[in-house]
Design a protein around this ligand. Structure first.
Ligand SMILES: Cc1cc2nc3c(=O)[nH]c(=O)nc-3n(C[C@H](O)[C@H](O)[C@H](O)COP(=O)(O)OP(=O)(O)OC[C@H]3O[C@@H](n4cnc5c(N)ncnc54)[C@H](O)[C@@H]3O)c2cc1C
Length: 494
């Protein structure tokens, strides 16, 4: 959840043309030859295996298939992170579940790895690959009401979901960046401004449809293992989720956003402010969210609340007013307008973001934080942020039915690095970034959020899923994708 301003956009967002015109339809050349008849008087051949129906994805009415020669290939290839560029052999822009099933079967037939792109906001571009097939779900962005629940297709972005549900005074606890895809968010967890009240996004997922690694279609609800896995452990691991059903909650009537600022902090002051933040943020009412954002020597401390009762925040106000430089106390604002302020930049940028650990308290970083702050201050462009989790995320009912393993950690830290010039800035920032990760790792920070992946995490399996849940996810992988067709650099291995 990035609440800092991102660098100015450098690329014009290409308008997506009518997808019907996207495809470069190449005539089929597969298996269309005449059958050879056996010659007379020759012994009849051994009975053959039934001929497997070969799929010609180029001819599919459910898929627009893009090759590297296609004019639209580059537009559909890129994700939100310009730092990690990949070049798949084919991009299958699917129109429906049948198209996804065909695309997966075709990939299996052609021995191509499959990556899945919904909103394209993976920090490490796990939604693309080199020389494989990318299933692009951007055409599948329908939303349909079912009573107070909503069926949402995976290519829907968070801003599209908010636009559909807020006018009906309903809310789903989701992230705040408007361009993030609801599928990638929910399948890896999903936290935001409403999570301490209503749980993670995945805790509100009640049913789904998934095409597995063999191209078979499954529907999951209730106690199905697949639903358990999809609540925090189904990001590109064993199938393509094509439909999700979420419960919704009554939306609040308004929203409050309060900010403290501190400037020119030295290490001792930054550390002391952070320790104080841990003390008070953990006790905030569940209607609140808070983030401690350290950018160079400046602190932005955000506290949001969707309840009119502000009394539960007063102790935090009293603690921070005397020790910070500026306090902007928010007034009640309309919810939809407030949320739009957090949508952030929508066009691709250069960045490296990752989890900097889940913490139980300040004690988890007491020994390492001096070095972390020093490195943030030495590497302008690095941001260290700690967010509140806890509240109703730490609910045993949710824990029993989800693969998300970190409920007892009430704080999530993230490191961020944004830059405009890869040639001039990237190497230094990435070095500082990695130094911080190494320091935290060496000081016992080992639990990380799956949706904030870092390609350099050594033990990502247990860091994201914990030991027991990873084993269970491996069994599910074996069941739904034994040939590892669906994969990326940190996908579950059977
Ligand atoms: C600017 C920004 C702000 C963010 N803010 C928040 C936040 O507030 N809260 C939060 O929790 N997270 C946040 N995130 C992290 C976000 O949750 C993850 O990056 C998420 O995985 C993105 O989903 P996507 O669909 O956009 O990405 P994609 O790149 O399309 O996919 C991400 C991952 O999900 C898998 N995947 C995508 N679609 C499917 C599918 N249909 N079936 C199976 N697997 C699929 C892909 O294989 C990939 O591994 C933010 C990220 C960014 C870049």
């Amino acid at each position: 959840m990035n609440i800092e301003q991102t660098p100015s956009q450098r690329r014009e967002f290409l308008k997506i043309c009518a997808l019907a015109s996207l495809g470069f339809y190449i005539p089929s050349c597969i298996n269309k030859g005449k059958e050879e008849k056996p010659e007379a008087n020759t012994p009849s051949p051994e009975p053959e295996e039934p001929v497997k129906q070969l799929i010609d994805l180029f001819q599919s009415e459910h898929v627009v298939l893009l090759t590297r020669d296609d004019a639209k290939y580059d537009e559909k290839r890129g994700g939100f992170n310009l730092r990690v560029q990949k070049h798949p052999k084919l991009i299958a822009v699917c129109k429906n579940t049948a198209g996804v099933a065909e695309a997966v079967k075709y990939a299996q037939q052609e021995n191509l790895a499959v990556s899945i792109r919904s909103g394209g906001h993976s920090f490490e571009s796990f939604s693309s690959n080199n020389d494989g097939l990318v299933i692009n779900l951007s055409m599948m962005n329908g939303i349909e009401w079912d009573g107070d629940a909503v069926n949402i297709e995976p290519g829907t972005t968070l801003s599209e979901v908010y636009d559909a549900i807020l006018p009906k005074q309903r809310i789903i606890p989701m992230g705040s960046c408007g361009g993030v895809g609801v599928a990638g968010l929910a399948l890896g967890g999903g936290y935001g401004l409403f999570s301490r009240a209503y749980g993670l996004t995945c805790d509100n997922l009640t049913e789904l449809t998934m095409v597995d690694g063999e191209g078979n279609i499954h529907h999951a609800k209730g106690n199905d293992d697949l639903l358990w896995a999809s609540r925090g452990g189904n990001n590109g691991n064993f199938g393509v989720v094509t439909k999700m059903k979420f419960k919704t909650h009554q939306a609040p009537s308004g929203f409050y956003s309060h900010r403290f600022k501190a400037y020119k902090m030295d290490i001792a002051r930054a550390k002391s402010l952070l320790e104080t933040w841990f003390e008070y943020a953990g006790k905030l009412p569940n209607s609140c969210f808070s983030a401690f954002v350290m950018n160079y020597k400046t602190l932005t401390l955000l506290i949001t609340n969707f309840d009119d009762d502000q009394s539960g925040i007063q102790p935090m106000f009293d603690a921070f007013e005397p020790i910070t430089d500026k306090f902007s106390r928010g007034t009640k604002k309309e919810l939809a307008t407030s949320l739009k302020k957090y949508y952030g930049i929508q066009t691709p940028i250069y960045f490296k973001n990752a989890s900097a650990g889940l913490y139980k308290s300040f004690e988890d970083i007491r020994d390492s934080i001096d070095d972390v702050i020093r490195l943030v201050q030495e590497n302008r462009g690095l941001i260290y942020q700690v967010n509140t989790l806890g509240g109703n995320i730490d609910n045993t009912d949710f824990e029993q039915v989800s693969a998300y393993p970190h409920r007892s950690y009430p704080f999530l830290a993230e490191l961020q690095a944004y830059y405009d010039s890869p040639e001039k800035q990237e190497a230094k920032l990435l070095k500082g970034f990695q130094d911080i990760q190494t320091i935290l790792g060496n000081n016992g920070v080992t639990a990380h959020y799956r949706n904030y992946p870092d390609i350099n995490f050594e033990h990502w399996e247990t860091a994201y899923y914990g030991v027991e849940n990873y084993k269970r996810l491996q069994d599910i992988k074996q069941k739904y994708d034994p040939n590892n067709v669906i994969r990326h650099e940190q996908s579950v291995k059977a």
